[in-house]
Every structure is written in C-alpha cells, then in structure tokens.
Design a protein around this ligand. Structure first.
Ligand code: S3P
Length: 428
C-alpha cells in the first residue's frame, strides 16, 4: 500500500463494531439460552476466528454482513478438529476459559504469530481450577485442553491474584468460573478493560466488583441478548491521531465505544493538546457509547506510564508513530506487554520510526520519541501486524514523500475497511 502525504482529515464516520466486545458477545452467546442477535459485529478476521470456533463447538451461527445470529447450546459439542484461532490471542485465551469447563478434550492452534505468544498466563489459573492444559512447546500454542467436567466433575472456584494486567486472563478465569463450584475471584495489578464484566451482566450474570477485583458465583445461567456493538475505539484511534496532525482537521465519529476502561486515548490526546468533545452519550448493555468531535490543537508532549499504559495498550503504537510531530515528544514506559503482542511492537515501532528518519530511544518496557522532528516517506515493515501497518500509514500522512507499507493486508485482522475509509477522509 502506498501512502501519500495529506493536507487534512475531514469527515463524519462510523467505526465497525468493537473487536473486544464482539469476541465476548459471541463467546457468551454460545453458552447462553436462546438466540443472540448482534448488529455492527466486528468485520475483522479475529472475530471471524471466534465465530468459526463457536460453530465448531456445535452452535448455529448465521452471518449476514455485520449482522450475526448465534444459537446457544446447553452443552457445547466436542469439535471434530483442532479449533483454529488464526491471529487472535483473544480467541485462544478467552475460549480456553470456556473450554476448561466442558466435558470433552480439544485442541486450539493459531497462525505463526499466535504460535509465538505466551499462554502460561491462562494455563496456570485454569489448571488451578482443575482443567488439564498442555502446550506444544513450553507455554506456546497449540494447546490441548481436557475440560474439568469430564466424568461429571466441576471446576474448582479460585481466588486468583493475576501477576499480569490482562483483560484476556481475567476473562478466561471468569468464564471458567461460570462452570465452577462456588465463587471465583480475580484480582489484577492494574484495572484492565471491563467488557467481560459488562457483557456477563448483559447476559444476566450477577457479579461483584470493587477496585481491581471482580468475582462471580458458578452455575449461573446466561440468557441470549439483542445488541448493537459500539464502534471500535482502537480502530478510531488511527483516525483521531491522523486528524490531530493537521491544523484544519475536523472529524466526527458516531456510535463510538466510550467505556472509561477503553477511552484513555481521548484523555491522552487532550493532554497532548487536541480539542475533543463528546455528545449524545448513551448506555447500551452497560457500555457507554457516544459521538466524538475532534479538532486540531497544537500538540505538546506526554509521558505515558503505569495504569495509563495498560489502558492504552492497543493505541500505543499509533501514539508513538505520531510523536515526532508533537512539540515535546512522547515517552512510553511500563508497556513491556507490547513485546508479546502480534509482534514485538516496541522493536517494530522503533525500527519504522528510524526508517522514516526519526530519532527514538528504545527501552525494555517502552520507548521515548523526541518531538519536533521531520519525517520522510519510507518502506515500512509491518511485520504482518495490523496495528503497526495502520499506525505507520497515519505517520506517513505527514511525512515528506510517499511511503510504502509492506504487509498492509494485515489490517484485515481488526479493520478491513481501514485504507478505504482513510482515503475517504483524507484531503490532498
Ligand atoms: C484485549 C486485551 C488486551 C489487548 C487485546 C484485546 C481484550 O490484551 O491488547 O488487543 O479484548 O481483552 P491483554 O489482555 O493481553 O492485555
């Protein structure tokens, strides 16, 4: 994909459905009573992987564009083949929680990138609950799971203090907790996105929450829902950051997910100096949704660390990619998790910034990108990682000369419409 410099970002757009919420609604629909009907379901390949798994587990799944209907089952069926999670860590980790509670054995595998990602983080607590889980090499996929309900058993409830701030881990344990005897609790070091908690409530599950702790009683039954999935704020991030780069920009995004555990990008952009307002705030199935208006403001600098790094984890690549265009630069710390995403995102961000002529310093847990730098167009190595491909397409809009994004096709993982929509709002 060739990206030419732009003058401006202008327009009013809507994002396809949020990836995190689409995964969760699809998984919970599979174990709920009745037919769940979803609109604006994520169009990304990751959520299609989840739908394929749900189908292989015996549920009827009908897809009509962005409308999805899933018929839940009282008991999931042992899949005939290994479940293919594609590129999706969310599918593998959160599904493991549900599979841990079943009365059959099954396998899960993924593509080359997913086969390199750590799974001990879910294997450890799910084993404590009584499921048998083995990985092919150490803790890397493929996984083999022997459910705790084989021989009529049940999982054991646990009180789990998670060493990593990961919503996927929290979700896997909570989903397994539905099949456990007693109260399962998860404590996390930093608060992570809470879509599983909100989705569980929407499907009729009672849970209790305080600070970074959440717990639920096993054996509760889920009821199907009808829902409109809010627009994905991590996809919107590319457009908001692009708009932040040009003085005449004016961008409106409707039906956008604004859950406080996901909307830190708006705070980060405001801290940087962008002018953002939110209108038409509503709540759908406990998720906040609204219209965001974004106008340019001169960008200063910001340091992102601690809990803020956790809640901005998927938006950090694009923030780092626009950092050279700010006055004082951006420093990111406490984000070591970026090294075990679809790629080593710290290394790839640093490499591609340097390819464009920017200076940056790489740390084990983040990077510092100086401000006030001029970039030139370059050949960008996305490493097959969707967020790297999209982040540098945004950086390329303000560079001198055109850039070539290698592996741009990876955008289909979360946002297949990205390049067409970007063209639609770009003025040259
Ligand atoms: C996600 C949680 C985050 C995030 C990922 C989606 C989720 O991962 O990076 O893109 O939907 O729960 P971790 O749970 O590994 O932090």
């Amino acid at each position: 994909m060739i990206i030419r410099p732009a003058k401006n970002i202008l327009g009013s757009i809507r994002m396809p459905g949020d990836k995190s919420i689409s995964h969760r609604y699809a998984m919970l629909a599979a174990i709920a009573t009745g037919a769940t009907r979803l609109e604006n379901f994520s169009t990304g390949a990751d959520c299609a992987s989840t739908l394929d798994c749900v189908r292989q587990l015996g549920c009827s799944v009908k897809v009509d564009g962005q409308r999805v209907e899933i018929e839940g089952r009282e008991r999931l069926r042992k899949p005939a083949e290994s479940l293919d999670c594609g590129n999706s860590g969310s599918t593998m980790r959160m599904m493991s929680g549900i599979l841990a509670g079943q009365d059959f054995e099954c396998d899960l595998h993924g593509d080359e990138s997913l086969s390199r990602r750590p799974m001990a983080r879910v294997m450890v607590p799910l084993r404590m609950m009584g499921a048998e889980i083995t990985a092919a090499a150490g803790d890397r996929p493929p996984l083999h799971i022997k459910g705790g309900a084989i021989n009529g058993g049940k999982l054991r409830a646990i009180d789990y203090k998670s060493p990593v701030a990961s919503a996927q881990v929290k979700s896997a344990v909570l989903f397994a907790g539905l099949f456990a005897d007693g109260e399962t609790a998860v404590d996390e070091p930093y608060r992570t996105r809470d879509h599983s908690e909100q989705a569980l409530r929407a499907f009729g599950v009672e849970l209790s929450r305080s600070r970074n702790r959440v717990s639920l009683r096993g054996g509760q039954k889920l009821q199907a829902i009808e829902a409109l999935v809010p627009g994905d704020i991590s996809s919107a991030a590319f457009f908001l950051c692009a708009a932040a780069l040009f003085p005449e920009s004016n961008l409106v995004i409707e039906n956008l997910l604004l859950n406080p555990t996901r909307a830190s990008l708006l705070d980060a952009l405001k801290l940087l100096g962008a002018r953002i307002s939110v209108i038409n705030l509503e709540e759908h199935h406990h998720e906040l949704v609204g219209t965001v208006k974004m106008e340019h403001g001169s960008l200063k600098g910001i340091k992102i660390e601690g809990g803020m790094s956790v809640s901005l984890i998927d938006e950090l690549p694009v923030l780092a990619a626009i950092a050279p265009y700010t006055r004082d630069g951006i420093e990111i710390r406490d984000a070591k998790e970026l090294r075990v995403k679809e790629s080593d995102r710290i290394a790839l961000v640093a490499r591609n910034l340097r390819a464009m002529g920017a200076e940056c310093e790489e740390y084990d847990d983040g990077l510092r990108v100086a401000g006030n730098q001029k970039l030139h167009g370059a050949e960008i190595d996305s490493g097959g990682d969707h967020r790297i491909a999209m982040a540098f397409s945004v950086a390329a809009l303000r560079a001198e000369g055109e850039s070539k994004i290698l592996g741009a096709d990876s955008a289909r993982i979360s946002f297949p419409e990205f390049f067409t929509m970007l063209e639609g709002v770009t003025e040259r």
